[in-house]
Design a protein around this ligand. Structure first.
Ligand code: UD1
Length: 440
């Protein structure tokens, strides 16, 4: 039996959608709570499989957690961390678990964390993370697929990143919180999630300035001095962008609520440029309307504040239906066009040439059986299926569940015809209505 998302496409979207807390922020906040020898309460936590994985991981390290999915709150008591090993079982499931490396090294003076390896979207090296920890004075070795780091005392250092890596910036920040003296991260990532992490740590007693700029300065504070806090995660800008892309592909008018529009500036400007109507209703709500065929455009993915690589696949579904030829250049990951063959199966006209996808807009897409290869590629298929004529069935949906809370519920409220079903793979006919297809 396998689970699928089945979508009957072509229904305009109308109504309101509330955006959840940011996955890529909350996972790092959970790692950061390992530095606090006290109780931290994190609010606005989305109900996602990645959050569950992170909670299981820190439980395994000795933290005590209470994860209430109804109130969207996690209480973390990290007073007794008694294990410094993050097993491959966690890191292979979710790369963000590698972020416990900096936190464990800082808290315990040692850490053994499985190397994540490559993934569907590219090689995804961790050399900047390792170099950063070494510059802070840690002894770091790789043995049997694990990064093993020791440091009796971490010492502040100037660390210049070759690329503004999000994960490396976060790991170095976490490692340097209790380091002697000052750490400067140059060419740091500037993402809103980095600011959220710095705000969380500062509220708990750390001394970080410059988060959100290319230079982050961490003044080391005394080990054990961080105190428990209550903190609310920022909204998920990628989830928001995905719903806006769905609207752009399908048509209609929606209110996107509980967001911080300034986190999406580049993306929203691009959409306005191609013909989408966007209006701020209040500081946290946007009205988005699409009532005509959109124009083609070109875009290049870049570190923040540029066009976010995680929004590239959802936007590709939109441009597949735009008037003219668009070119998307993926500059961050080598292999982030996994959605292309699946979109082609739905009638999209896309040619891939190395890091460029050349998209010739078509009048309509058609429903098909397609497979999600990774989280954002999966989102792009949901968007294409919502716009397509006929029925689509998307498999491998565990990828989508990593990053989209209550996906079917939210799209149903917007008027879409979307269901999660369980299908007996041994049967040839997978249509809804078949007695072997169970609607979940
Ligand atoms: C995070 C996000 C991911 C997003 C990405 C870029 C999380 C959980 N994931 O991933 O959704 O797509 O930022 O915005 O927050 N690199 C190296 N060596 C390193 C580290 C990175 O070469 O040591 C390269 C990577 O291969 C990639 C680029 O730097 O080409 C950017 O990666 P990075 O910013 O580190 O992405 P993640 O933190 O893994």
């Amino acid at each position: 039996m396998s689970k699928r998302i089945v979508i009957e496409g072509g229904k305009e979207l109308h109504g309101e959608v509330a955006i959840s807390g940011a996955k890529n922020a909350v996972l790092k906040l959970i790692a950061a709570a390992l530095l606090v020898q006290d109780i931290c309460i994190i609010h606005n936590v989305p109900d996602l499989s990645d959050v569950e994985t992170m909670v299981e991981l820190i439980n395994c390290l000795g933290a005590k957690t209470k994860y209430n999915k109804i109130t969207q709150t996690i209480e973390i008591d990290a007073r007794n961390i008694n294990n410094c090993t993050a097993d491959y079982a966690y890191v292979s499931k979710m790369r963000a678990s590698f972020n416990v490396l900096g936190a464990l090294l800082s808290r315990c003076g040692e850490a053994k964390v499985a190397l994540p390896g490559g993934c569907a979207i590219g090689e995804r090296r961790v050399d900047f993370h390792i170099k950063g920890l070494q510059l802070l004075g840690a002894n770091v070795n790789i043995e049997n697929g694990y990064v093993i780091a020791y440091a009796e005392n971490l010492i502040g250092a100037d660390i210049s990143l070759a690329l503004p890596s999000v994960g490396a910036t976060e790991n170095i920040m976490l490692a340097s919180i209790f380091a002697d003296g000052v750490t400067r991260i140059q060419n740091a990532a500037q993402e809103p999630e980095i600011i959220d992490l710095a705000n969380f740590l500062n509220m708990a007693g750390a001394d970080i300035s410059g988060a959100g700029t290319s230079e982050i300065i961490i003044n080391g504070v005394k080990k054990g001095s961080l105190h428990g806090i209550e903190y609310s995660t920022i909204p998920d800008r990628i989830e928001a962008a995905s719903y806006i892309c769905a609207l752009c592909a399908v048509g209609g008018e929606i209110l996107v609520k509980d967001i911080i529009p300034s986190h999406l500036t580049f993306f929203l400007n691009k959409l306005q440029e191609i013909g989408v109507q966007i209006e701020a209703i209040d500081p946290y709500i946007l009205k988005v309307k699409k009532d005509k065929v959109l124009k083609a455009t070109n875009l290049v993915t870049q570190p923040y504040p540029g066009f976010h690589t995680d929004m590239q696949a959802p936007v590709m579904s939109v441009l597949s239906l735009a008037d003219g030829i668009s070119i998307i250049t993926e500059s961050l990951f080598e292999n982030r066009f996994m959605q292309v063959p699946e979109l082609r199966r739905m009638g999209a006209n896309i040619q891939q040439e190395n890091s460029k996808a050349i998209i010739k807009g078509v009048e309509y897409l058609t429903g098909a059986e397609v497979k999600a290869s990774d989280l954002r590629a999966g989102a792009s298929l949901v968007i294409a299926a919502l716009a397509a004529r006929g029925t689509s069935s998307i498999s491998n949906i565990h990828h989508i569940d990593r990053g989209y809370e209550k996906l079917e519920e939210k799209f149903t409220l917007l008027g879409a015809n979307i269901k999660r079903v369980e299908i007996n793979e041994n049967l040839s006919d997978n249509q809804i209505g078949n007695p072997k297809v169970m609607i979940l």
